[in-house]
Design a protein around this ligand. Structure first.
Ligand code: FES
Length: 116
């Protein structure tokens, strides 16, 4: 099982291949936002990698980060936990002023991933 470390929250085992946004929320118990429901549209699931950043992206992630001129962050909804990772949760419900984190992303990465 891959190990996920969220800075300040500790380390948990995550089922291999689980969506990172869901692993952060459900396994690490961190209140990460996912306002668009995990569809690479809102960028509220943005995280910073400390270790273990995947070298591949979905085309949707690349397109959305470029559209928002975001650098140095990744979209947790577009990443699968298939190896050990250490991340910083920089977009949380607490302090956001939002009523909820967003609808639960599906178990599989959406939209259908095209890996680049
Ligand atoms: S971009 Fe909206 S949840 Fe990831």
């Amino acid at each position: 099982m891959p190990k996920l470390t969220v800075e300040g929250y500790g380390t948990v085992d995550v089922p291999a291949g689980k969506r990172l946004v869901l692993a952060i929320q459900e396994d690490a118990k961190v209140d990460i936002l996912h306002a668009c429901g995990g569809n690479a549209r809102c960028t509220t699931c943005r995280i910073e990698f400390i270790e273990g950043e995947p070298t591949t992206h979905t085309a949707a992630e690349v397109e959305r980060l470029a559209a928002r001129s975001l650098t140095g962050v990744r979209l947790a909804c577009q990443i699968a936990c298939d190896h050990d990772m250490t991340v910083r949760a920089i977009s949380r419900l607490e302090g956001s002023g939002r009523p909820d984190p967003g609808s639960r992303p599906q178990d599989a990465i959406t939209p259908e991933p095209i890996w680049v």
